[in-house]
Design a protein around this ligand. Sequence first.
Ligand code: VG1
Ligand code: CO
Length: 541
Amino acid sequence: PVITTVATTSFEGQKPGTSGLRKKVRVFQQPHYLENFVQAIFDSIGDGTGKTIVVGGDGRFFNRTAIQVILKMAAANGYARALVGRGGILSTPAASCVIRKYQTFGGIILSASHNPGGPDEDFGIKYNIPAGGPAPEAVTEAIFARTQDIREYRIAEVGDVDLDQLGEQNLAGMMVQVFDPVADYAELMASLFDFAAIRALFAGGFRMKFDAMHAVTGPYATAILETALGAPAGTVMNGVPLEDFGHGHPDPNLVHAHDLVEALFGADAPDFGAASDGDGDRNMILGRDFYVTPSDSLAVLAANATLCPGYAQGLAGIARSMPTSAAADRVAAGLGIPCYETPTGWKFFGTLLDAGKATLCGEESFGTGSDHVREKDGLWAVLMWLNVLAARRQPVAEIVRDHWAKYGRNVYSRHDYEGIDTAAANGLMAHLRGLELKGQQLGGYGVAFNDDFAYTDPVDGSVSTKQGIRIVFDDGSRIVFRLSGTGTEGATLRVYIEQFQPDPALHHLDPQVALADLIKIARDVAEIEARTGRTEPTVIT
Ligand code: VG1
Ligand code: CO
């Protein structure tokens, strides 16, 4: 028979993190490693017989190999149909779009997002549910539990699918449909934003640069920005997806998107700049000589949402992850709508979006999105900015400064200490967890309270604990400490620092200067140097 059942034994540590299972490619290349995890997904999500599943990834090294394995396993597990992006390409938000549009039994997305790619770098896999969003914790925990007692998996022993051939192919009785990964997504974007106004903006000489960082958004950005919206050829930089992202680190921040930063802060800078990450769900927004923090971007988009046709009726609510600044809260208060505070990771927004409680969501980690899909969406954020710019006809910097003048500025910065020793990182967090600071003075700041953030989902009542240490001061300033759940080597400590500044005369200050006291308090209270040996963060955003 062409369908075989293969005996296997479990692997340690197949535990999904903030966004799926992420490991070194070499870990995934071990015999049975990928197969075990995929079978654990199929075993955990219910019977797939007769159902349709979406499969695609960010094009990184091992993407095509993994897709062939997943398709053969889907066929062996009874799936009737698989929708696969041509070339194995499907950005994370486009995957969410397609899952929802064709009402499939979810999808499997191959990506390690902003982590580097290549034979010695990272790979990842995650399951998204039929609503289109990342599997909630109950599902990822079931998948992890299954990986621990798995004894066999099923796979079809057949030849490979031609991933570059649009149309239908039969794979051991399952119909594989290779489709254009851009079309459905581009159509959704055109339904949300005023493409005519954006076209007129470009026709009037407005210039932008979009850095696809040799990752998945290249084809999407070229089709939408250059072809549909008439931005001049060359607007999209690094637009060809490469398996190793051209040796780059596809993380759209001031450190890694250096080509774009150079263009926007150099001579003859364009009006607008943006970048996206490996799998297309993140965005960085720049104006001429101006960086918009992701937290501010969420707030500005929320305040201007009704300028966009898809949001003209107003917002039901806003949701942000806990470490994200409270700039969005001020807009929500002004609009008289609720603002929800969730743990880090897009999976926590799903219930709020499904219930119609939130329309816009955001994370400080360059993530912004809305109820149009169930993932954060990089190009969507760029298009929403373009729609706002087309309507307001002001420079980006002016729009943000006006926003601060109206709402005050939540001065914000994140300091990452990457690749630190895991035991030291765990010790540091345990130390912080043990502190009782309420009522004490730290560096002249009175502590209002400190805790380890816990969240009860207001829709389904599920509880998530240990989501980050918060130290909140009497004036509302905050320091938050978390360990990353997306890395594959050692530990990464993230320190988030925020202070509200109502005085417009101080809004121009560099956050590193404005937040200097709190930055020092954070280093001291966490004993960062003594415990990790680090005197400086590796990345500041
Ligand atoms: C990071 C970010 C988080 C984001 C996650 C996935 O997680 O902080 O906000 O949702 O990456 O983004 P962590 O656990 O490393 O802090 V992506 O673009 O990887 O899908
Ligand atoms: Co991503």
